[in-house]
Design a protein around this ligand. Sequence first.
Ligand code: SAM
Length: 262
Amino acid sequence: MNSPDSTAHNCAIIDQFTRQAQDFAASAELHADEVLELIVDAAALDSRHRAIDLACGPGSVACALAKRASSVIGLDATPAMLAQAQARAGSMNLANIEWKEGSIYATPYAGGSFDAVTCRFAFHHLEDPSKAFAEMVRLAAPGGRVVLCDGIASDDPEKARAFNAMERRRDPSTVAFRTFGYLRQLFIESGLGEPHVHMFQVPYLAADLVKASFPEGEDRSGLLALIEASVENDALGMGARLSAEGVRIAFRSVVLSAVKLG
Ligand SMILES: C[S@@+](CC[C@H](N)C(=O)[O-])C[C@H]1O[C@@H](n2cnc3c(N)ncnc32)[C@H](O)[C@@H]1O
């Protein structure tokens, strides 16, 4: 993979997402229509448009875009995720999508090839987000849209540190969830200007999240205990609260988008 990420990190990505692929593809929380629509709306495609979804995983975003666009490419580093994506497109009878194995940092497409360039829930796995974002901007045609979505860490540094420590334990391929301010700054520094912003939350029953995870040392009970303990003081910034079914948490998330001018 042509990538500034270290070899060890690239191995962690492929290892995690090969193991996660099936459960990740089946997650109702991540692939519900109303969640996918946040990206589709920000991409503002019509039937003449071409789009690319980077780090596409099991393909739900690419498939949602393909219902609007002329053609879509879904690119990802993990073959097992692309296999899930192919199956999803097949089940939806979508023939206008191409799946491509590759790196978000160096795609094989000419600059300005796409009317929308999207990436969802992958930047926290990247060691060099600025380089990946530069590739997104390069791929967008003048007048095209750049749409970035990810979970965000709390602005409280202590909660952000605790949240990222928990997330790296839950999924060792995580580098860091960044703050909203950090993601916004990617748009400003690239010259795209002030992004349009839509905040939302991805809620989970903590036990379900842990069940679908492959934590360090397979220590699911320790991980669940850590999350459950945060009910007391919201130490992770996930708004943990006790419900009749168990502890509920939410990933605070954001969609940022901007039009690439000229
Ligand atoms: C949490 S999943 C998100 C998948 C999808 N975007 C979604 O929102 O459902 C992260 C994905 O990023 C991919 N990924 C991580 N680093 C990558 C890189 N450097 N280049 C391409 N894909 C990468 C992984 O293989 C994985 O499929």
